[in-house]
Design a protein around this ligand. Sequence first.
Ligand code: HDE
Length: 658
Amino acid sequence: MEDFHFREKMIHFDHERIPERVVHARGAGAHGYFESYQDLGEYTKAGFLGEKGKRTPVFARFSTVAGFKGSTDLARDIRGFAVKFYTEEGNYDLVGNNIPVFFIQDAIKFPDLIHAVKPEQDNEIPQAASAHDTFWDFISLLPESMHTIMWVMSDRALPRSISMTEGFGVHTYRFVNKDGQSIFVKFHWKPIAGTHSVTWDEAQKISGQDPDFHRRDLWNLIENGAFPEWELGVQLVEEKDEHKFDFDLLDATKLIPEELVPVQRIGKMVLNQNPTNYFAEIEQVAFHPGHVVPGIDFTNDPLLQGRLFSYTDTQLIRLGGPNFHEIPINRAIAPVHNNQRGGFMRQTINAGSNSYNPNNIGGGCPFQAKMSEGGFTSHHERVEGHKVRTRSQSFMDHYSQAKLFYQSQSEMEQDHIIEALQFELGKLKMIEIRERMVGILTYIDKQLAQSVAKGLGIYSIKEPEKPINHGYPADADPADYQSKEAKPSVEKSEKLSLMASPGKGIKGRIIAILANDGVDVNSLNSYKKALKDAKAEAKVISVHLGSITGENGGKIMVDHSLLTTSSVLFDAVLVPDGEESIKSFKDNASAIRFLDESYKHLKFIAINGAGKELWEQTYASKNSEPLGVFYDQEIGTFVDSIAKHRIWDRTDAKRIPV
Ligand code: HDE
């Protein structure tokens, strides 16, 4: 025991773990900057938005919600989208999600929601999945969740890359200008790379092939200089217009369709630096919707109000005390002066004798700065009403925006929602939960309900029974509050479809090149160059690792063997010319499967010269006119096509038996 080298090493090791986040445990993050496009002083006095071209350092963390820290990135789930702005006036945290609405309206239901979606309490199964009884039992009794459920069942829940997902502040916040005037604001992050997803079949396979898929992608994009970028957008609503909408601005299950209030782009975020240490940065970063700067304030959204409590509370247990703001990743760049003292892990060495206010000993310092001195002063608001636990009548329309979302999807996206519901509900043990859910779906869309029912073998759909009376006025019949006839304010909202924001170019896409000894090196290299110029990555896949030799000499390094990778990890495939190279692949089941699976997942495929002989081995080639398969085409055509992400009208893809 006198061996202190041993003791100290072992003691530190024994204490390496801290509790993972209760939600959003699985995450990845990066540093970067935010650049303001204009002076937004008319609406907000926030300094970081007050000058065109002003740059503010940021740290962003992206996460899944339900899975544990070691779970797969490709779970069907909401993605957390949290950004910490290190402004000159202190830290501002925009703690959002990639889906603009939330399951519940009132924060008190949050522990129920999370208990329901997390692995079941008896056997802790299933991991990072909502397809189980407790989740759908809860959801089927909570009609207010239907709008978010539509989003989560859509491809929004399966992003191709973090850099290809939108972000939303979800709640309505306030901007406040220097004259104390306030305007409501909803925040949006719009990815420059467009919004793109993978299919459920791919998601499940990626979860096996590379559970770190999103984390790796984010890391590689930054290492390769293909920096992820988003524009920050705002929807602004004047206070006088608060009640102009047929939904409540304070209801987090509702969004403002862009047709009603357009999104104005006010700046850009670029993530250009990977973290140095995962634990010190991604694990220890502490976000909080209550970390605001002068010029940004809250509303009475009851979900937001609950969050304002929860985030400090959770840091106390996770990071071990009240000094978590002194951990390097959480430190403000603005100097901090207050009378807080002591507590576990205090870092600051405060000098002098006094730690109170008012004081004379310290010359009156530190003191709470007034608004005129740049201090934060809460927005003045007159409120009146009764103090009761109830929900406003204006929160009771649970279906109109679920309908709007479904109606705004392309046919293919609607099909994916149907398949997702068939999968999720199909995994349930209790048939009555399935029936209850299908009943509720009729309130969103009858055709949707019927299609889901068909897959579940439900032949007669029952109207939902009276919902349970939670959150409604005590004397109310909840059935009166279902507003199932409510119609959305607009028939269709274009931007709710992933197809509406394709983005530009192919930055960050990964293209597989199937090549072996004897490949046409010149052609391969010109593809590689064209892809690199477009900031995409080309990866050479062969039957072995090491290097391969071209038909006229020249060596090419191999990135993966067919054993160590899979088509689901790529966006498109190229088969270059070269008799010998193709010969070696022709009998290789993995190579044939690679092409078939790429075809099934609607990816673009370029075949050159002898590559046709390999293609002819595939099941896909038996289709009369395979769409999106190019023979001996210009490189440019292939590159431009990849920007479309997938060939959505390749309807025969479903027939491929892989
Ligand atoms: Fe969170 N949420 N949340 N949440 N949330 C947490 O805080 C909570 C909600 C969101 O990368 C926790 O530090 C309550 C909506 C993100 O570190 C916890 C309610 C939105 C992250 C917490 C909500 C979010 C969290 C767990 C209902 C989108 C990850 C660990 C009232 C606008 C941040 C932590 C990161 C994390 C509570 C609902 C976004 C427990 C009580 C709505 C992105 O405090």
